[in-house]
Design a protein around this ligand. Structure first.
Ligand code: AHR
Length: 510
């Protein structure tokens, strides 16, 4: 009896109790595709995301193609970036696109009131953004100005970009050196219109949305996928009203949710945090699951056939800025904790693939939970970058139904599931499973039972580091990176995996 109690006590202490971790995957089933657009990114005119991040200008000594950094493009192509959201963010509802076309020297300058009050010289505008997307081989996602713009302005922007015939806007585009229209599918009608995008009520915005959406025309064979500005985190009423009043006019409805460890006044440090703060941050990240469930339930009532996509087009961790940096630039470091946050969110999105068909992490370069940092001609891939690298295996694959039983990770009085996962089957029949072990100290042994297939081989890659605070710097750019993983074995149809503590692991099974 004493021995049994000791074993139970030990198991509770370490957060692992026997073969508690089990993942059953229905390999021969699966109805929904995990859209690659879930793996989208976001580039706002904020801090050094655009200027210094993507754009250095043609005369820069930093290697570039028509002003766009080659190293950044190459790094994002490696993770198969599917779409890029631009120009904001809060900036979008103050942006007047006509300021960003024509000869650069003639473009007016404006104040970027939201982000540091710096001068925006409009040298990066519509042509530069669409050139960037072409270089990245990704789809553009443009967010139009509802807050301080007009219906006419937004309507003309669509015409300028996508119309192939004779019209004032098409003529202007040609005069600016672009003969052919571009293809643009993803079109946001405003951003955070409950806040920086105009402080509107959902009823007022829904009416405005309908009006703006009418004049965002489909020219030729270009078909806009119109995305209505969605709720702030758990504002379910916003989703309810938007769905009630405008479901027929939209293809997507956005949702913004950031993981803030403490509170908006003092968000917490990106690198200097305790294990208790780590657990709070993870708990807050896991809330994404409830958010998606509840927003989806509302959408299901108005749109049972799931025609409208739920688009979390701003997600990620938001900390205090790095000491000594401009508070308006939102520059924060990125640790192994961020990789874990990214892995969890992406697993949650995958598992909601029936409704979540697009998402955008905030933001791509040098801002918030970035995948890349730049400094002069140097580039660093953050731990979050490597999660996107691992998860590209899920792009456009079929989501496989799976049931996970996880041990609890009970340190610091917070009982959380140690593991979370998602699984998919790609076009070649390969199975990919991504598993996050949030436990900062203990290895977890996971039994995977893939039903409907006799697995012969398993391989993988893992991302982990010595501490959850570990991160990459310009001096040590590869401290946190992926490595080939050989902790998985197959025996009698069951795959047994030894998941390192604080890790994100990709398994490939055939
Ligand atoms: O991503 C930074 C800001 O966060 C965006 O501009 C805004 O939409 C959100 O509040």
């Amino acid at each position: 009896m004493k021995r049994l109690l000791l074993i139970i006590a030990l198991a509770l202490l370490t957060g692992t109790a026997g073969a508690q971790n089990k993942l059953v995957i229905q390999v021969d089933q699966g109805q929904h595709q995990i859209s690659k657009h879930i793996y989208g990114h976001f580039a706002e005119h904020l801090g050094h995301c655009i200027y210094g991040g993507f754009w250095v200008g043609e005369n820069s000594p930093i290697p570039n193609t028509r002003g766009i950094r080659n190293d950044v493009v190459a790094a994002l192509r490696e993770i198969h970036i599917p779409n890029l959201r631009w120009p904001g963010g809060c900036f979008a509802d103050e942006y007047h696109w006509m300021d960003g076309i024509g000869p650069r020297a003639d473009r007016p300058k404006m104040v970027n009131t939201h982000w540091g009050g710096v001068v925006e010289d409009n040298s990066f505008g519509t042509h530069e953004f669409l050139d960037l997307c072409a270089q990245l081989d990704c789809e553009p996602y443009i967010c139009g100005n509802v807050g301080s713009g007009s219906v006419e302005e937004m309507s003309k922007w669509v015409e300028y970009i996508t119309f192939d015939g004779e019209s004032p806007m098409a003529a202007l585009r040609r005069a600016n050196g672009r003969e052919q229209p571009w293809k643009v599918r993803f079109w946001g009608v405003g951003n955070e219109n409950w806040g920086c995008g105009g402080q509107m009520t959902p009823e007022y915005y829904a009416d405005l949305y309908r009006r703006y959406a009418v004049y965002c025309r489909n020219y030729g064979d270009n078909r806009l996928f119109k995305i209505a500005g969605g709720a702030n985190s758990a504002d379910y009423n916003w989703t309810e009203v938007l769905m009630q009043k405008a479901v027929g006019q939209m293809q997507g409805l956005s949702l913004h949710h950031y993981t803030v460890p403490n509170n908006w006044g003092n968000k917490g440090s990106a690198t200097n945090f305790t294990e208790a703060e780590y657990f709070t941050t993870i708990e807050k990240t896991l809330f994404m699951n409830e958010l998606l469930d509840r927003h989806s339930t509302i959408m299901d009532r108005h749109d049972p056939r799931k025609r409208v996509a739920l688009v979390p087009d701003e997600w990620g961790a938001w900390y205090n800025v790095e000491p000594g940096t401009n508070p308006g630039f939102l520059f924060q470091q990125n640790t192994l904790r961020d990789a874990i946050i990214a892995g969890i969110n992406l697993n949650i999105f995958n598992n909601h693939a029936d409704r979540v068909r697009m998402a955008n992490i905030a933001q791509a370069v040098n801002v918030l939970q970035s995948v890349l940092f730049t400094e002069g001609d140097k580039l660093v891939r953050t731990p979050t970058y490597w999660v996107f690298w691992l998860y590209k295996a899920h792009h456009d694959a079929t989501l496989l139904p799976s049931a996970l039983t996880s041990a609890r990770c009970t340190r610091e009085g917070r009982p959380l599931d140690a593991l979370n996962a998602s699984a998919s089957r790609d076009a070649n029949g390969k199975i990919h499973v991504t598993v996050v072990n949030i436990d900062p100290r203990a290895e977890q042994t996971l039994e995977i039972e893939p039903r409907g297939i006799a697995v012969k081989r398993v391989s993988g890659h893992a991302l982990t580091a010595a501490a959850i605070t570990d991160h990459n710097t310009f001096d040590a750019p590869d401290r946190v990176t992926t490595r080939p993983f050989n902790g998985a074995r197959v025996s009698k149809g069951v795959v047994t995996v030894k998941l390192p503590p604080r890790s994100v692991v990709l398994l490939e099974m055939e």
